[in-house]
Ligand binder design. Structure first.
Ligand code: SGN
Ligand code: CA
Length: 513
């Protein structure tokens, strides 16, 4: 009862909604906004995600704090940056599940809570009434799930369908007297982009245009020069693109050998003729790279089609069970992804394609259908947002902010987004931190390369010209540096401060030396 009154007070600034809302959060993996209709993509149709945007809000400037899987999910759960929640990178971190999360707060406030699908936080989920999660990255075909009693359950079928099935089963069986918060974690559109059998070939007639900076030479950008995430060199013909040298090599591939006979027959029927044709062409140089790009796009977008179809299924389920009106639906990816921009796949960099994430939200009665929002919002804000909607107090140490006031008339968003990426292994992306303002981006790389980058996003939206140290930019750099320090203080990122103090560079902004 006390909580109910608390909710009434907290939600007094929002339009009155009859009951506490249910919450469904759908998190995909590596889904590029460049491939979503609602974001203006011409690459494919995404009616599921577009429906959420049309009936709610599309965030055109949604960002992540650390563009990689585990860290992003840890930020979502805790509402805190990686240096606070402890999960800095996929390679060494284990999530400390004993810490607070928005899920635990909702549960204490009377919500039923569940997480189904990709989790990738190494330790067991805590704070949930129900969970069933993929081990690590999980598999596209016949995925295993770790169940609450620690048993492993293999479910026949394709990951996106199977995860949605499990989510619907949980919804069917739940205690209907309580509001619920369900997180659906999809594997798609993660590497190695293995489509559902029914989606194989759906883009075969399409020739995808190359991004204009596909042949970027990374001039003036040291970290971009040393990365290992190009379609030309890093992307593997067999493992990634299913063009195997031999039957033996194909049979060794874990994601393929787990297919059942019917799945494998369809897989072979689709990919084998492509492999034969590829072999006959004897491609080299740019022709080979461009061939790889076409195959990458076809496979990636096919996994996205299954993802979107299953998001549409979630919405249909809510319709059929009379839940639509009183359920918040949020869709976001754990980060963005490169679709050939700079010649890349993967993510990690503070550059827009990976720093930004798709994010759409429907909240009937509160968010006006068709709303387009251009404020700087973050994955950090999801926890505080749903807590406010549920009328549960937002813990003081959460670093995100509720998005809901931004959707009211007088809301005002951040002026600066702060980013810090730590991993220094696979794909060779140097650790870095930085800020984005409405016009500029200032970045400090460390560990693998030590350098500064500065972009004028108005003049150079694709971040090709590093202006750092260039004539005429001293004043703006000094000003951005001041704002960076403010962000470090605000979010209490002592590691980053120490790097600036201990690791001085000849070109450091004025006031630092
Ligand atoms: C795997 C992938 C990488 C990818 C990371 C992180 N390699 O290690 O390409 O960057 O995951 O992805 S793979 O050979 O295993 O496919 S994340 O989404 O989990 O952060
Ligand atoms: Ca990811």
């Amino acid at each position: 009862m006390r909580l109910f009154f608390l909710w009434l007070i907290l939600s007094s600034t929002l339009p009155v909604v009859a009951q506490r809302p249910n919450i469904v959060i759908i998190v995909s993996d590596d889904h590029a906004y460049q491939s979503i209709g609602a974001y203006g993509s011409k690459l494919m149709k995404t009616p599921g995600i577009d429906r959420i945007a049309n009936e709610g809000v599309i965030f055109r400037k949604a960002y992540v704090t650390n563009s990689i899987c585990g860290p992003s999910r840890a930020v979502l759960l805790t509402g805190k940056y990686s240096h606070k929640n402890g999960f800095r990178d996929n390679e060494h971190s284990r999530f400390d599940g004993s810490q607070d999360s928005f899920i635990k707060q909702l549960r204490a406030g009377g919500y039923l809570t569940a997480w189904i699908g990709k989790w990738h936080l190494e330790t067991k989920p805590q704070g949930f009434d129900y969970w069933q999660v993929l081990p690590g990255q999980g598999q596209y075909y016949n995925p295993d799930f770790i169940m609450m009693d620690s048993s492993i359950k293999r479910v026949e079928g394709y990951a996106s369908n199977v995860i949605e099935d499990a989510a619907e089963t949980w919804l069917d069986k739940r205690d209907e007297t309580k509001p619920f918060c369900l997180v659906i974690g999809h594997k798609a559109t993660h590497r190695t982009w293995l489509p559902d059998t029914g989606d194989m070939g759906m883009f075969d007639k399409v020739n995808f245009p190359l991004p204009h900076n596909f042949y970027d030479n990374y001039s003036g950008r040291e970290a971009a020069k040393v990365q290992d995430m190009t379609i030309s060199k890093t992307m593997i013909m067999g493992y990634d693109l299913k063009m195997f040298e031999s039957e033996e090599a194909e049979n060794k591939e874990g994601s393929i050998k787990r297919m059942n006979l019917a799945q494998r027959a369809k897989f072979d029927a689709y990919y084998k003729p492509i492999a034969a044709d590829f072999k006959a062409r004897n491609l080299t140089g740019n022709a080979l790279t461009e061939w790889k790009y076409q195959r990458y796009m076809k496979d990636y977008l096919s996994t996205a089609a299954s993802l979107d179809r299953n998001i549409a299924r979630t919405l249909d389920y809510l319709d059929k069970h009379n839940l639509t009106k009183n359920t918040i639906v949020i869709y976001l990816s754990d980060q963005g992804f490169y679709m050939g921009e700079h010649g890349w796949f993967d993510k990690r960099f503070i550059y827009e394609e990976s720093f930004r994430t798709p994010m759409v939200m429907r909240y009937p009665g509160v968010i006006k259908p068709g709303t387009v929002n251009n404020d700087f919002v973050m994955n950090l804000d999801i926890g505080p947002t749903v807590l406010q909607a549920a009328g549960v107090k937002i813990p003081k140490d959460m670093q995100g902010e509720s998005i809901l006031p931004l959707l009211q008339k007088n809301g005002r968003g951040r002026d600066v987004v702060y980013y810090h990426y730590y991993e220094n292994g696979e794909h060779s992306v140097s650790p870095h931190f930085g800020i984005k303002t409405k016009r500029y981006k200032l970045v400090r790389f460390y560990k693998r390369v030590s350098s500064w980058e500065l972009y004028d996003l108005q003049k150079d939206p694709h971040e090709m010209q590093n202006l750092y140290g260039k004539k005429g930019y001293v004043k703006i750099t000094t000003d951005l540096y001041r704002q960076l320090l403010q962000a470090l203080n605000k979010y209490e990122d002592g590691d980053a401060k120490q790097i600036l103090n201990d690791n001085k560079l000849p070109g450091d902004p004025k006031g630092l030396q």
